[in-house]
Write a protein that binds this ligand. Structure first.
Ligand code: FDA
Length: 386
């Protein structure tokens, strides 16, 4: 093996570390990924029929207020001026999200000022004032009042967890977003946009370096391939971004995740929703939301098919071992288990666990890039520069 560093996982954590190692330490880097493509969950591909860029593992919107991350990502891609906005179909009507003064006035057929709306919501939330929230329903009512909670949050959250909200713990929410102005911009970050040539082109440029070599379709735990765990750990520094419990062969038990199933629907029309994301918060629609990918890139209209569009409906459920792990369930039991796995990590010479799967955490892209840059500075560069 001629590598100075092996990176397991070609997601944004692994790619950032590989790029930094090659550039700053002149290291020869081998990246492996079990999937047939780079990019991890941020991977996207073009749909020939419609000209839509499909985000294969769910909608990905880039946003950050972190100057270092923004400067770093702009080395590999420019960004469109896309601004994320979401709509919600409730009881046969479309409302803007996050819940804002426009949503409130449409919902109550009113023309409240910010102050009046705030007073109304406070009064409605007062229904359960001073009562200990027994479940999600109680907590939701205490936060935004019964009418808005039941319309926009109750069944949506129930569908996300595949559980009756009366049986969900109050602790899964601390706040529900409500704005008392007409701002329906989803993110509040300083920078926001989508990579001009798509996610995959961005990430390919990150590793466009002769010192970086990528092998796809390879499992780190498959001993029939050369860069496997038994063969390399202890011999070369390893960055591991797969599931931490899998690394230890689930010795202490499994960390729980939720996954999302996607149902594809194609329409013989140029634009089905008029927006990229439509939420469905009502109980009688089984999916949580629908993504119309073409509408993420209105600047590409000329290249898109004017008569066809593609939509993915999302269904949330608990993940089994063979499903894609998307969102950590993160109960106290999970958090305790993860801490136990972290203790085992200390016994692994030269292996650095990173990324969302390696640290059992939900990260947005800018957060995972930031954590990779920091891990590189503090822990990886010193190993390579020896
Ligand atoms: P990631 O999962 O991307 O990469 C890990 C890689 O390791 C994978 O490619 C996997 O195949 C590989 N691997 C695992 N086991 C292996 C093994 N045994 N052998 C070899 N390879 C192995 N963020 C954001 O900023 N805006 C957004 O809108 C969204 N939207 C969004 C939607 C959904 C549904 C999800 C689940 C996530 C988002 N995100 C997001 C978060 C974003 O996806 C996330 O920040 C990055 O993908 C994390 O990159 P990582 O490198 O940590 O993991």
């Amino acid at each position: 093996m001629n590598a100075d560093l092996v990176v397991v996982g070609a997601g944004l954590f692994g790619l950032t570390v590989a790029q930094q190692a090659a550039e700053r330490a002149g290291a020869r880097v081998e990246i492996i990924d079990i999937r047939p493509h780079i990019g991890g969950n941020a991977y996207s591909r073009m749909d020939e029929e419609t000209g839509a860029e499909i985000h294969q593992y769910g909608a990905h919107l880039f946003h950050t207020s972190n100057e270092r991350v923004w400067e770093y990502v702009n080395r590999f891609t420019s960004f469109t001026d896309y601004v994320h906005r979401v709509y919600s179909t409730h009881a046969g009507e479309v409302f803007p999200l996050p819940v804002n003064l426009g949503t409130i006035n449409q919902f109550f057929r009113a023309h409240y000022t910010p102050k009046e709306a705030q007073a109304l919501i406070a009064e409605q939330a007062g229904e359960l004032a001073g009562v200990e929230a027994k479940n999600l329903n109680d907590k939701g009512i205490q936060l935004v009042g019964r009418p808005l909670y039941e319309a926009f949050f109750k069944y949506y959250t129930g569908k996300q967890w595949q559980t009756d909200p009366a049986d969900l713990p109050a602790s899964i929410i601390n706040r529900l977003p409500v704005r008392f102005n007409y701002d329906n911009r989803y993110f509040k970050d300083k920078y926001e946009g989508l990579p001009t040539d798509g996610y995959t082109a961005w990430m390919e440029r990150m590793i466009d370096d002769p010192k970086i070599h990528v092998t796809l379709g390879v499992d780190f735990f498959d001993e029939s391939q050369p860069l496997n765990k038994a063969a390399i750990v202890g011999k070369v520094p390893v960055i591991y971004t797969g599931p931490v419990d899998r690394y230890f062969d689930y010795a202490l038990g499994e960390l729980k995740w939720r996954t999302v199933d996607f149902e594809e629907v194609r329409y013989e029309e140029g634009d089905h929703y008029g927006c990229p994301v439509m939420n469905y918060p009502d109980a009688d629609v089984p999916y949580t939301r629908a993504i119309e990918f073409k509408n993420f890139n209105p600047e590409r209209r000329e290249q898109q098919n004017p008569d066809k569009t593609v939509v993915w409906r999302e269904y949330s459920r608990s993940a089994g071992r063979d499903d894609e792990p998307y969102y950590p369930v993160n109960t106290q039991g999970d958090r305790d288990l993860y801490q136990q796995y972290k203790q085992l990590e200390a016994e692994e010479p030269g292996v650095i666990f990173g990324g969302r799967l390696g640290t059992y955490a939900y990260y947005d892209m800018h957060q995972v890039i930031n954590s990779a840059l920091t891990a590189y500075d503090k822990r990886i560069h010193p190993l390579l520069a020896k």
